[in-house]
Design a protein around this ligand. Structure first.
Ligand SMILES: Cc1cc2nc3c(=O)[nH]c(=O)nc-3n(C[C@H](O)[C@H](O)[C@H](O)COP(=O)(O)O)c2cc1C
Length: 208
């Protein structure tokens, strides 16, 4: 039995195109794997711990091989809980809008909490090693349209490039995706984009 964690990064509920696409993926997955556990987190509602100076003291203590005080450890507990929840999943589904060419800030906050030395990656003489192993599906949405290859993508799209880089860094290398784009260029273009993204998502869900 698998545990699928569905991570939502749009606050737009019913209006969200990335959520609609990821919802359809998860619904198809549930039909095929009725015994698997599916849990949903919306990063805008998670009450993620602030990475303030006291909390971050633990991160640096770990990096420098130094002990942490009980007070520091208590603050760090919330970070450990977010990481444990993430690492307990062997399958991940993300719904991710493009915001200012990148991911929404609440998802960045989530990733900043998750990416901690000795928990999700290690650093040694041979370099960095990711400590996570889940596979992932990402439903992206974008108001505009960004080509998959070429100079325009290199310059404008920091959404999929950043997220997938960060996931690879922590060991999540089996990543597939579908993109609804453009969502803001009229109803005809939107419908075409939704249909194409849904077909791709359902194809991926069949073997996820
Ligand atoms: C704060 C904010 C910033 C945005 N920045 C971009 C952007 O840089 N490029 C783009 O193509 N669309 C941008 N958009 C449009 C969204 O990507 C688009 O509306 C998308 O459908 C939102 O995802 P959702 O429908 O899943 O919420 C932005 C939207 C918001 C709210």
């Amino acid at each position: 039995m698998s545990r699928l964690l569905y991570i939502q990064a749009s606050p737009r509920g019913e209006r969200s195109h990335s959520l609609a696409l990821a919802d359809a993926f998860v619904a198809a997955y549930r039909k095929l794997h009725p015994k698997d556990a599916v849990e949903t987190r919306n990063v805008f509602q998670m009450n993620l711990p602030a990475l303030d100076g006291e909390t971050l003291a633990v991160k640096y203590n770990i990096m420098h091989g130094e002990p942490s005080s009980d007070a520091e450890k208590a603050r760090w507990k919330a970070v450990e809980e977010v990481i444990a929840d993430f690492k307990a999943a062997d399958k991940l589904v993300f719904a991710v809008p493009m915001w200012n060419f990148n991911i929404p800030y609440a998802l960045k906050h989530y990733l900043d909490v998750l990416c901690q030395p000795s928990y999700t990656f290690s650093a040694g003489p041979e370099g960095y090693k990711g400590l996570c192993a889940a596979k992932a599906f990402i439903a992206y949405s974008r108001g505009g349209e960004y080509p998959a290859t070429g100079a325009a993508q290199d310059i404008w799209n920091f959404q999929s490039t950043y997220l997938e880089f960060q996931l690879r860094f922590i060991g999540i290398t089996d990543v597939q995706s579908a993109i609804v784009q453009p969502t803001l260029k009229g109803p005809e273009a939107l419908q075409k984009a939704k249909d194409a993204a849904l077909a791709k998502a359902l194809e991926i869900a069949a073997t996820f």
